[in-house]
Design a protein around this ligand. Structure first.
Ligand code: PLP
Length: 441
């Protein structure tokens, strides 16, 4: 490896031991523990551009990007400068600021379906609050979600939830009373007929249908436009609110998220990740008549001590301003296409069945004989192979998502040389895997 530096993992191992003594499983979010792929999680010391640096001094080309927020790359100088300046003005007031108004207006500019928006602190809070609002607006209880879609860890949404939950093999979680999830219907992703039947079976009972319009949490699956359009139509026909969870896809698959990409408008939208520019923000918004039910305009209670936090809002606002100014989306998509093409080419050369699925700058390499269209087909992927791929790349200085059921992210900071170097390392890793043969058999 010419431009990367790969050292040992002694310090990371030591830190993991200390972490396990004081933090459950040593991490503050499960997928970071590498349980799905094995090995020792790397403790990161700092990051810049397309690179993360671990505490043992290894430098990686990073495709996790903090799980999506870092679309401009790490430590973008303008974002960092804006945060620095904001910090000097005080870090939280618990009172309204002009910054919040500007961010809300900016969100509305990017997402024409969002007439009004409420800022919260995470994607989980956004989806949880949107569900409460949809239930209040319709006076109904049932919600429909889809197998393999993850919407954060709120009780009612922690059912068949893909990603970390799929990786850990928990269909849902202990500690969630059955009564909390009995109002959640889980249907296969991509099957419009199943949704139509659910509406027929539960007339005037379904408050909301929530989905990732392009999934990332079972890996990247891009549904046909007709599916999304059909869901919106069914929602309209049956008086249910369709919630596009664009926490991952918002400002990512296009400036205006999946809604811009597909030319659609959702009644309610959830945002997170990029909207906070790497600091904690979530948001939910949509039609004014629905949003005006939220307190204090209306009776639906939802609040937050740090909501609209000036540092987070500053980071988000600056990120959106740069995205608007630089419009990196075509370049991002092209870089990601080149990466995918290179990876596929290497897989073909070494006779390893692989599907690269991409939407904008989100991608997943599925070790699968067939294209993945839903969670059932995602689960057919060879996770053992993925682990070897992940580990081989990590040891060569390329940091992919530590689970088969996740999206990878390319940032504006990834250079053509980064993409080339990554493809070369993928080639070496797959060659090694092909030589070893399928370990599981
Ligand atoms: N919704 C989607 C689509 C997500 O991908 C995530 C997190 O990955 C969430 C909601 C939850 O967001 P957070 O982790 O900020 O609570």
């Amino acid at each position: 490896m010419s431009q990367l530096r790969v050292n040992g993992v002694e310090k990371s191992r030591e830190l993991m031991e200390r972490a396990r003594a004081v933090i459950p499983g040593g991490v503050n979010s499960p997928v970071r523990a590498f349980k799905a792929v094995g090995g020792s999680p790397r403790f990161i010391s700092w990051a810049e551009g397309s690179r993360v640096h671990d505490c043992d001094g290894t430098i990686y080309i990073d495709y996790v990007g903090s799980w999506g927020p870092m679309i401009l790359g790490h430590a973008h100088h303008e974002v960092v400068e804006a945060i620095r300046e904001a910090a000097g003005h005080g870090t939280s007031y618990g009172a309204p600021t002009e910054l919040e108004v500007r961010l809300a207006e900016k969100i509305r500019d990017f997402f024409p379906s969002i007439e009004k928006v409420r800022l919260v602190n995470s994607g989980t809070e956004a989806t949880m609050s949107a569900i409460r609002l949809a239930r209040a607006a319709t006076g109904r209880s049932l919600i429909v979600k889809f197998d393999g879609c993850y919407h954060g860890h709120a009780d009612s949404l922690l059912v068949q939830a893909g990603s970390g939950v799929a990786t850990l093999g928990l269909p849902d979680s202990p500690g969630v009373p059955a009564a909390f999830t009995e109002h959640t219907l889980t249907l296969p992703f991509g099957d419009l007929e199943a949704v139509r039947q659910a509406f027929e079976r539960h007339p005037e009972k379904i408050a909301a249908v929530i989905l990732e319009p392009v999934t990332g949490n079972m890996g990247v699956v891009v549904p046909p436009r007709e599916y999304l359009e059909g869901l919106l139509r069914l929602g309209d026909e049956h008086g249910a609110i369709v919630i596009f969870d664009e926490v991952m896809t918002g400002f990512r698959v296009a400036a205006g998220g999946a809604q811009e990409r597909f030319g659609l408008k959702a009644p309610l939208t959830c945002l997170g990740k990029i909207v906070g520019g790497g600091l904690p923000i979530g948001a939910y918004g949509g039609k004014a008549e629905i949003m005006d039910l939220v307190a204090p305009a209306g009776p639906v209670y939802q609040a937050g001590t740090l909501s609209g936090n000036p540092l987070a809002v500053t980071a988000g606002l600056k990120t959106l301003e740069i995205l608007e100014r630089d419009d990196p989306y075509a370049a991002l998509e092209e870089k990601t296409r080149l990466l995918g093409e290179g990876v596929l080419e290497q897989a073909r050369r070494h006779g390893i069945p692989l599907q690269v699925q991409q939407c904008g700058s989100m991608f997943t390499a599925f070790f699968n004989e067939n294209p993945v269209t839903a969670f059932a087909s995602a689960k057919q992927s060879d996770t053992e192979r993925y682990s070897r791929y992940f580990t081989g790349l990590l040891e060569r200085g390329v940091y992919m998502a530590p689970s088969q059921f996740e999206a990878g992210f390319v940032s504006a900071a990834h250079s053509a040389a980064d993409i080339e170097a990554t493809i070369a390392e993928v080639g070496e890793t797959l060659a090694e895997m092909a030589q070893d043969g399928p370990r599981a058999e």
